[in-house]
Design a protein around this ligand. Sequence first.
Ligand SMILES: NC(=O)C1=CN([C@@H]2O[C@H](COP(=O)(O)OP(=O)(O)OC[C@H]3O[C@@H](n4cnc5c(N)ncnc54)[C@H](O)[C@@H]3O)[C@@H](O)[C@H]2O)C=CC1
Ligand SMILES: O=C(O)CCC(=O)C(=O)O
Length: 427
Amino acid sequence: MTTLFEDAQSRLTEVMKYITLSDDVISRMKFPKRTLIVSIPVRMDDGRLRVFKGYRVQFDDTRGPTKGGIRYHPSVNLDEVTSLSFWMTIKCAVVGLPFGGAKGGIEVDPKELSLLELERLSRGYIRAIADIIGPKRDIPAPDVYTNATIMGWMADEYNQIMREQLPAVITGKPIHLNGSLGREAATGRGALFVLLQWAKFKNLIPEQTTIAVQGFGNAGFHFAKLATQAGFKIIALSDSKGGIISNDSLDPQLIMNHKQTEKTLKAMLYCEGTVCEEAEFETISNEQLLELNVDILVLAALENQITEHNAANIKAKHILEIANGPINAAADELLNQRGVSVLPDVLVNAGGVTVSYFEWVQNRAGFYWEESEINHRLQNVMDKEAVNIFNLAQKNNTSLRTAAYLHGINRISGAMTEHGTHEHFQK
Ligand SMILES: NC(=O)C1=CN([C@@H]2O[C@H](COP(=O)(O)OP(=O)(O)OC[C@H]3O[C@@H](n4cnc5c(N)ncnc54)[C@H](O)[C@@H]3O)[C@@H](O)[C@H]2O)C=CC1
Ligand SMILES: O=C(O)CCC(=O)C(=O)O
């Protein structure tokens, strides 16, 4: 069976039909620069000791310090974290950030831990990886089931170890702990900027365009909320427990308010800014949501949601990948053959790391920007790179993913080549 990392790497083979990469570059993209596997002992509230398995993979740092989030999930494993670090390397290059790629994770179900256990685990993870991270080496950030509070604990732990205030070691921190305005919504906002450029390109009218969103966490929620404000009709949403669907537009903010108190999704109709009623709604499974007859399917949960097993059932004509790696290579090919446009993860979800970059810049300068400036700078990056990639795909008659990879790999390859022939020193 193909591993996730082998599947991720197979996209490079497609890219090499359009670009000649030197053997040096190909070999450097084959496996990560550094992989660290750690055990994290945590004293639980009842006095027991539990030991968790954690990872940090730094894929490539030719273009700058490595950057990428930390995931807490029961299924986190080395193959997944390595793939995510590879995608971070491509993504940072696609949007032209001066970073390489990394990713981290802990095999844990955070929903089973108390707040204090979660804090001890997060601090323990930082103690375990402190030797290889740092503001000029590798800068973690949030990912699935981690958030600003956890980033705040982690930055504090690192500062205690280093006996210095080094906020730029972690991004996605709370605003009161030197976080950046706009980071919380950045991934969803960046995805919307890409979609608006695509809508222009394809003459899609938001008010006539229906959307289903799989994954109603940080990225999916902010995307759904901002897309609704831009006029799109969100008609279905789901989280790990399942989904809801309505004939009318759903109101993501009201649904999130309900989810925060009741822990489940419940549909409410959006009526001129207020809840008019609890909607007549149906519940659907995640599998059903993927196969809905909508204009745009947004994937904002986990990897491998569309594979060769369900690709033929997908009815949407456009797919927005907010999640990392939600479509495997075999499914990508099948969707391409059917003329489905897949807007790829390495472009679509790059708004998060872009505002993380702004947070890092602000932390290092000690000077903080207004939210309007951050959103404006984010829009400049996303609009520019989206249009570059749409034009490249049109010019070479490739998929949008291949165009995005071509765009990113060009920058990586340039950096690797210009680095010269000397060995990389061990940073
Ligand atoms: N948060 C960020 O800044 C960025 C996140 N991403 C990617 O976006 C995706 C979502 O991440 P976040 O929103 O940050 O995570 P999150 O932890 O805030 O939310 C994850 C959401 O996915 C749902 N979910 C989990 N398993 C599911 C399943 N099998 N089917 C449907 N929904 C499921 C959860 O219930 C939750 O609503 C991930 O692939 C992540 O790597 C990518 C770039 C940046
Ligand atoms: O904000 C960051 O630095 C990284 C976000 C991330 O993990 C991702 O883009 O997948």
